[in-house]
Design a protein around this ligand. Structure first.
Ligand code: HGY
Ligand code: MN
Ligand code: MN
Length: 407
């Protein structure tokens, strides 16, 4: 059966690659650190008896054939890139659990009707370029060459980073999967929230995934002397930004399951005694209900225009990514509920506030399994799930794959 110790040791070994003094993990896409992590994960896939390949955008794919080559594959996936100073489990658990399922099937000499594939998707987080889910977009066939022009904080485009990694961006179309070759996609992930912990449950079934809308805001005014410039008449972009950010928070608080986050901010020229001339910050706006997210977006932008007019500063908003909220397949949710019962876990259903690769797929059904996060903490070195819960989640994934990959 599932070797929880092997899974756990691999999780801990992988978390050493990109480890920071903060105790967190930083592994950005198309970097040497990520390359080392992919080599390690590829070695695990080989140990699990899988055929291993990388596709045109660097998705790392391990395949285990089924009894019938003509049947579509059950895809199992997640990601091994991270946010800056992220945790050990976000993404890594789903990839390593998929490999553990494949290896256990081998060891139990179980042959499934359908092939299964375990995928470590390229750049799920979007931490480096502001465009997340690059690998799953490519597999869905929706990644565009124009999107590859998005840049990281050093001005390097995704295009250039791919070339530096030995990939030819012109070939991204080759990563697209024909829907006829895929039966379903299923992912195990940490909850990154507090629901399961409050319910005292190790795992749960995901009903749907909130849609993130990311924008980069640039407000420019007039730099000046902090001491000699009266308050009246200043064109201070940072004070305008703070007023707008307060409104963002108020708007999000008005609607349940809607969240607004300013994660990055920079101020120029950045002198203690200098009124800022320019400020740049990001907004991550999410909701399970798309209409509510759009209404909140409209309100925020309208108020921002008024604030900038009043303060005589100039606003520019750059679109980074907009992803629709996505429901998980009812039939796969049912399969996962049955797998929970088989694993002795009372199956509750909960939404995902975090985004995941599965939301890029609308040509085949998707399902997700969550395991409990300690204190709901994630995107933080303190992110933690117990070995026992990781084992339970992997057992549920195993039972789910058994059911989905058998005719
Ligand atoms: O941002 C997210 O929701 C995910 O962690 N990529
Ligand atoms: Mn994440
Ligand atoms: Mn994740």
């Amino acid at each position: 059966m599932i070797q929880v110790e092997r899974l756990w040791n691999r999780l801990m070994e992988l978390s050493q690659i990109g480890k920071q003094p903060s105790g967190g993990v930083t592994r950005f896409s198309f970097t040497k650190v990520e390359q080392r992590a992919k080599q390690l994960v590829a070695s695990y896939m080989e140990e699990a008896g899988m055929q291993v390949r990388e596709d045109a955008v660097g998705n790392l794919i391990g395949r285990r054939d089924g009894r019938r080559a003509d049947l579509p594959a059950v895809l199992i996936g997640s990601h091994i890139d991270t946010v800056p100073h992220g945790g050990k489990f976000d993404g890594a658990l789903g990839v390593l659990a998929g490999i553990e399922v494949a290896q256990t099937l081998n060891e139990q000499q179980i042959e499934l009707d359908h092939p299964i594939e375990v995928i470590a998707f390229t750049d799920e987080e979007g931490s480096r370029f502001g465009l997340g889910m690059i690998g799953s977009r490519a597999i869905a066939g929706t990644l565009t060459l124009e999107q590859l022009q998005q840049v990281d904080q050093d001005g390097i485009t995704i295009w250039e980073a791919m070339e530096q990694s030995g990939l030819d961006p012109q070939n991204i179309g080759e990563a697209k999967r024909e829907p006829s070759t895929v039966k379903a996609y299923v992912e195990l992930h940490i909850e990154q929230g507090r629901v399961l912990e409050k319910e005292g449950l190790p795992a749960g079934v995901v009903s749907g995934i909130a849609g993130p809308y990311w924008t980069k805001w640039n407000i420019s005014g007039e730099a000046g002397h902090a001491g000699a410039t009266p308050m009246d008449g200043r064109k201070d972009p940072l004070m305008a930004a703070t007023e707008i950010m307060q409104f963002m928070e108020e708007q999000a608080k008005k609607h349940p399951a809607t969240v607004a986050t300013v994660g990055q901010i920079s101020v120029k020229p950045g002198g203690v005694n200098v009124i800022p001339g320019e400020v740049e910050f990001t907004l991550d706006l999410r909701a399970i209900d798309e209409a509510i997210r759009d209404a909140v977006e409209t309100n925020i932008k309208a108020t921002a225009e008024q604030v900038c007019l009043k303060r005589d500063v100039v606003l520019n908003i750059e679109h980074l990514q907009r992803i629709k909220p996505v429901p998980c397949s009812n039939s796969i949710q049912e399969v996962i509920r049955e797998a929970c019962r088989k694993t002795g876990v009372e199956p509750i259903t909960l939404p995902s506030g975090a985004g995941h690769d599965g939301m890029q797929f609308n040509e085949w059904p998707i399902g997700m399994i969550f395991i409990r996060s300690k204190d709901g903490i994630s995107h933080n070195p303190a992110e933690w799930s117990s070995k026992e819960d990781c084992g339970k989640g992997t057992k549920i994934l195993y039972e789910t794959v058994l059911a989905l990959a058998s005719e």
